[in-house]
Write a protein that binds this ligand. Structure first.
Ligand code: BG6
Length: 463
């Protein structure tokens, strides 16, 4: 494995770089990761060196405050040596010229919309890339199976697959990674982790954030592409994979790919999916306008801000078990968790009473918590069962998800990156739904911002 010497961010003046990438990098540097790294920013905006430095310093400040002296020195070294270049990445020449000046191996982070990344890669030639170059593609990876396939082909002509990092920052979330340890290091789980014992699996990501000024991106994406297409399908895959022999990039990513290949959303989509859009309402202290009235939104696009799909995994382990994935913006309750509902016991000995609902396991993604609901002989009449919860809080993550993902990239490990075939498969799974929605086969429902969603939500009998 190679260690990257230079991180080149394309789209350095954009929102993602300031809000997520640089703070993620700061945490990594502060904890001693990526020693000796150089940071170079490039963007289409004519930024002065001071403007770029201000952005980097601002993003590093919080991590620097909490860091030890070594961490502070590492942050200061990167901040002092960083440079910004104004560049049209889609033009033939300038990017290659910049690359020729950088110390390799270089990780080129395309923090750009997919069609611009595609163009930028098309003008590059393999001989222009410093040895060991890694290409890092921000999500969304393409805008459908076809464009993802096209982008994969373009990238494959430049570097080998294990030098391509398709970013899904959920793969860097500590709780998502904890699913693997929890599932595969605890003997009692695996024998019941299948269709015989599990009734349904839900992966829920309800946010109390609304559009937050992201219309340019979000209005062409919507909840299904933004959240379900990669993030929630990956959580689902981690919950559903067979135990791999090792947690290395090959075994783990093979297992993920196998499960996603077996996954689909079945027609009729009016039964297996729901979509809705928020109307005006209150989120905490804030009032939020109708989504359709938000600046930059084209109401005729009918973009959904809440989506639910029922995924089927057609294999021996999961056949018939609904995996319900749902995510909404501007929801009254923040709820981010996977809920595994077990089947009822086959027989409750006569004499017991009070068993109302089956066992449930909840894996919370912020706050990070594991919670197993069980039934016990509680206080009072010992034959009346009481619900109890075994709860454990998971350790606070050491790094931001982008820090975890960057660490893998800079150390040359693609474990937490999405593999090319999987990126295409994630589109293949949702594309029939996108087509049905575009065709108006599934009504676009409405819900007030700050509410729990549209009427009869959440859907309990979907699928
Ligand atoms: C991003 C989506 O990928 O993930 C956002 O574009 C969403 O719409 C975000 O809010 C959620 O991730 P996190 O880590 O901020 O909870």
């Amino acid at each position: 494995k190679t260690t990257v010497k230079t991180l080149l961010i394309l789209g350095a003046s954009g929102d993602l770089t300031g809000r997520l990438l640089l703070p993620g990098l700061a945490g990594l540097l502060a904890s001693g990761g990526a020693p000796g790294l150089r940071l170079v920013g490039a963007g289409s905006d004519p930024w002065s060196p001071e403007q770029w430095s201000e952005r980097v310093d601002g993003a590093f400040a919080a991590a620097s405050k909490d860091a030890d002296s070594q961490g502070q020195a590492a942050l200061a070294a990167v901040a002092e040596s960083t440079r910004y270049h104004q560049l049209d990445v889609t033009a033939d020449g300038p990017l290659a010229e910049l690359l020729s000046q950088l110390e390799g191996p270089v990780a080129i982070y395309f923090a750009l919309p997919p069609h611009i990344s595609q163009k930028a890669c098309e003008v590059l030639h393999p001989e222009q890339l410093p040895a060991g170059t890694r290409l890092v593609m921000e999500k969304p990876f393409g805008s459908g199976t076809e464009s993802a396939h096209e982008l994969n082909k373009t990238l494959a002509a430049l570097v080998p697959e294990d030098h391509i990092h398709r970013v899904d920052h959920f793969l860097g979330k500590a709780t998502v990674l904890n699913i693997l340890g929890f599932r595969f290091a605890n003997r009692f789980l695996e024998p019941v982790w299948n269709r015989e014992h599990i009734e349904k699996v839900e992966v829920i990501f309800d946010e109390d954030l609304a559009l937050e000024g992201r219309a340019r991106y979000y209005d062409t994406a919507g909840a299904l592409r933004d959240m379900i297409q990669s993030h929630l399908l990956h959580i689902m895959a981690f919950l559903a994979i067979d135990p791999p022999a090792t947690i290395d990039e090959r075994d783990l990513r093979d297992a993920v790919a196998t499960v996603l290949r077996a996954s689909s959303i079945k027609a009729p989509f009016s039964a297996s999916t729901r979509r809705a859009r928020y109307t005006a309402g209150t989120l905490g202290e804030r009032t939020v306008p109708d989504y359709a009235a938000e600046e930059g939104v084209d109401p005729s696009r009918n973009t959904e801000t809440l989506a639910e799909v029922c995924v089927n995994i057609d294999n021996w382990r999961w056949k018939g078990v609904p995996f319900i994935l749902r995510s909404g913006k501007a929801m009254g309750q923040r709820r981010k968790e996977a809920v595994i509902t077990f089947r009822p016991v086959p027989h409750l000995p006569k004499g017991f009473s009070g068993l109302d609902s089956p066992n449930q396991l909840r894996i919370g993604f912020g706050p990070d918590v594991l919670e197993l609901d069980i039934d016990v002989n509680g206080p009072g009449d010992i034959f009346t069962l009481d619900r109890a919860s075994l709860v454990t809080e998971l350790n606070a993550p050491g790094m931001l998800p982008y820090g975890e993902v960057l660490e893998g990239i800079l150390n040359g490990d693609p474990l937490l990156s999405v593999r090319g075939d999987t990126a295409e498969d994630c589109w293949r799974i949702i594309e029939p739904v996108l087509a049905a929605w575009a065709n108006g086969d599934v009504p676009l429902e409405e819900y007030d911002a700050g509410s729990d969603g549209p009427a009869n939500w959440p859907t309990s009998d979907v699928g």
